[in-house]
Ligand binder design. Structure first.
Ligand SMILES: Nc1ncnc2c1ncn2[C@@H]1O[C@H](COP(=O)(O)OP(=O)(O)OP(=O)(O)O)[C@@H](O)[C@H]1O
Ligand SMILES: [Mg+2]
Length: 233
C-alpha cells in the first residue's frame, strides 16, 4: 500500500529524517513508536507532502514524492494530525462535511455521516452544536471522522490517544479496529506502547530520524534493550 524507502526531510538546515524505510501493507495496522522529537510526525508530513520528502514514497506502486499535499490527499491518503484541528465555530456536521473531497458526495464512500453518528453517539448528540463545546476526546473523534469522510485507503493517525481518558482510549482503539475491518491501511503514531501493542500487526520504533526496530508487537515485547533505549523514559 505504502512503501517508503530511504526518505530524508529537512526543516531549514536541520536534517530531521535521515533515511526512513518502512511500509504498510493492505489492511494492516502498523504502529510508529518513538520518543518526543524523533521525527514521527515529520514522517507523516513527508509522506503527505506537507514537508518535502527526499527519497522514495510509493503509494500503490506509484511514486508520490514531490506531489503536493492536496494531490496526495486526492489519491487516497488521509492524515489526522496530532493537534485536534477542528473548526471550532462550525458545527460537528459542518466539520464532517469539510472532510469530503472536492466533488465527493456524502454516502458515496466507505463512511457516510449517518454511519459515523451511529458509531459515535457522542457526535450524534452534538451534531448541530459548535465543535468548540466538544470535550477533548470528542474533538479527537471528530478530527478522525472528518479525515475518514474523505474515504482514504491509507490513513496516518498521529497520537490519537494523547491526553484522553482510559474510556476514550478504548473507544479510539475500537475505531482503529473498525477502520482496519473496512480494509483501510493504518499508520498509528504513538509515543507509548499502550494500544499499539494490542491492535498493531507490526511495529516500527524510531530514534533520531530513522527506524531502529521493526517487528511484531510480540517481538518488541521480548526486546527489553530496544524498549529501554528507545521507548521508556
Ligand atoms: N516546523 C518545524 N521547524 C523546525 N523544526 C521542527 C519543525 N517541526 C518539528 N521540528 C523538529 O523536528 C524534530 C522532529 O519533530 P517531529 O514533530 O517529527 O517529532 P515527533 O516524533 O512527532 O515528536 P513530538 O510529536 O513529540 O514532537 C524535532 O527536533 C522538532 O523540534
Ligand atoms: Mg509528533
Amino acid at each position: 500500500m505504502i512503501e517508503v524507502t530511504d526518505m530524508h526531510a529537512y526543516y531549514g538546515k536541520s536534517h530531521i529524517l535521515q533515511g526512513v524505510t518502512m511500509n504498510v501493507q493492505e489492511g494492516e495496522i502498523v504502529a510508529l513508536l518513538g520518543r518526543n522529537g524523533v521525527g514521527r510526525s515529520t514522517t507523516c508530513k513527508a509522506i503527505m507532502g506537507e514537508v518535502i520528502p527526499h527519497g522514495s514514497v510509493k503509494f500503490k506502486g506509484q511514486e508520490i514524492a514531490g506531489k503536493k499535499a492536496y494531490e496526495v490527499a486526492n489519491l487516497g491518503i488521509g492524515y489526522v494530525p496530532e493537534n485536534r484541528d477542528i473548526f471550532p465555530g462550525l458545527t460537528t456536521r459542518q466539520n464532517l462535511t469539510l472532510g469530503l473531497k472536492p466533488g465527493q458526495k456524502d454516502g458515496s464512500g466507505r463512511w457516510s455521516m449517518e454511519s459515523m453518528f451511529e458509531m459515535f453517539e457522542n457526535l450524534k448528540r452534538r451534531a448541530d452544536v459548535e465543535a468548540s463545546v466538544l470535550s477533548g476526546g470528542e474533538q479527537q473523534m471528530l478530527t478522525m471522522c472528518r479525515t475518514l469522510m474523505g474515504d482514504p485507503e491509507f490513513v496516518m493517525i498521529d497520537e490519537p490517544t494523547e491526553g484522553l481518558s482510559p474510556q476514550m482510549v478504548q473507544k479510539v482503539a475500537e475505531v482503529l479496529k473498525e477502520i482496519a475491518k473496512r480494509g483501510i491501511s493504518t499508520l498509528l503514531v504513538e509515543q507509548k506502547l499502550a494500544i499499539a501493542m494490542d491492535i498493531a500487526d507490526r511495529v516500527y520504533v524510531m530514534g533520531h530520524g530513522h527506524v531502529v526496530f521493526e517487528g511484531t508487537p510480540a517481538e518488541l515485547k521480548d526486546r527489553e534493550d530496544v524498549r529501554k533505549e528507545w521507548l521508556e523514559v
